[in-house]
Design a binder for this molecule. Structure first.
Ligand SMILES: [Zn+2]
Length: 180
């Protein structure tokens, strides 16, 4: 069993060494490599100062492996702050629950909004399709009307030709009867 500096709760064969590292939040007061401390990670290198941002450990300072690449990090974890009091843990727990609920509500709202958008897009497509058919119908109607008008025009021309023909015939008949 290796013993650590004051306030330390970890050691090589301690459970916490192999436990998962908590999520962290950047903190101006507790950051950077702790060269001045005797703590060393499993690489036997000075540790990185970190602040937990997860569950009831939120806000607790700890030391962890300073390797930059996640895959190179060892799972060393040494708590600097002791566990919060029960009252404090209860309060932090409540805050996280409120945060989680708000997130869930937001996700649910976004989902609902997405469904509504999907419905509106479907409606728009349907209306565009209807409009397309309406335009086709309308074009056909106009074409039919134009055709009818031109037919009427031809009929009128034919009628006037016929009238002219009749007038001519009448005149011819008249003149021929006058000869007798
Ligand atoms: Zn390490």
């Amino acid at each position: 069993m290796v013993s650590w500096s004051e306030g330390s709760s970890s050691s090589w064969d301690d459970d916490s060494v192999t436990s998962h590292l908590p999520w962290t939040i950047s903190c101006y007061e507790w950051s950077g490599i702790a060269h001045e401390l005797s703590s060393r990670c499993m690489h036997l290198e000075p540790c990185l100062r970190q602040v937990a941002f997860q569950s009831t450990d939120t806000g607790r300072c700890f030391l962890a492996c300073a390797k930059e690449k996640a895959e190179e990090k060892c799972c060393y974890l040494e708590w600097i702050d002791p566990e919060w009091s029960d009252a404090m843990q209860f309060c932090i727990g409540q805050l996280w629950r409120m945060h989680d609920k708000e997130n869930e509500d937001r996700i649910r709202d976004n989902l609902k909004l997405g469904e509504e958008n999907f419905k509106i897009i479907g409606e728009k497509r349907r209306m565009e399709e209807e409009l397309r058919f309406f335009k086709l119908d309308f074009e056909k109607m106009v074409a039919d009307k134009e055709e009818a008008i031109s037919q009427l025009g031809s009929a009128r021309l034919a009628m006037s030709d016929l009238k002219e023909e009749i007038e001519k015939k009448k005149l011819a008949d008249h003149s021929s009867t006058n000869l007798y």
